[in-house]
Write a protein that binds this ligand. Structure first.
Ligand code: AMP
Length: 124
């Protein structure tokens, strides 16, 4: 069952130029911009320009060209933010209710610029 994409989500509106963003870089199939509520000195979101809900939707349904472009854009963000080569970073994507995804357009968070702590809190 394909996931339904909501074209009114905020990242779709950014892609349509309806609301501004602080662009880090743009490629033919991807856009990277600063998170509006940064959780670390580096907090960049990388999104595909295509209408994909989350990571597995993108991995399953995007074209090879889109997937390569997206991954190369992520690598470029790591480079231009000084995270890699550098002291490192964390790349996170949230999906669905358990992932606590807020914006239903696939995005990868690239965080860095400080020690980020453990990956996830224990439930117990
Ligand atoms: P997620 O919980 O993984 O869906 O993350 C959504 C992220 O989008 C959050 O970190 C928000 O701070 C960020 N965000 C929401 N609106 C904007 C916006 N207009 N520009 C940049 N980042 C945004």
């Amino acid at each position: 069952m394909p996931k339904t994409y909501d074209p009114t989500n905020i990242f779709a509106r950014i892609l349509r130029g309806e609301i501004p963003n602080k662009t880090v870089l743009e490629t033919p199939h991807s856009l990277a911009f600063h998170d509006i509520n940064p959780l670390a000195p580096v907090h960049v979101l990388v999104i595909p320009k295509g209408a994909y809900v989350d990571f597995d939707d993108f991995a399953r349904n995007a074209t090879d060209a889109e997937i390569v472009d997206f991954n190369r854009a992520c690598a470029k963000v790591c480079e231009v933010t000084g995270c890699s080569p550098g002291e490192g970073y964390r790349a996170i994507t949230n999906a669905g209710a358990h992932g606590m995804q807020e914006v239903p357009h696939y995005h990868l968070h690239i965080l860095g610029g400080r020690v980020l702590g453990r990956m996830i809190a224990r439930a117990d």
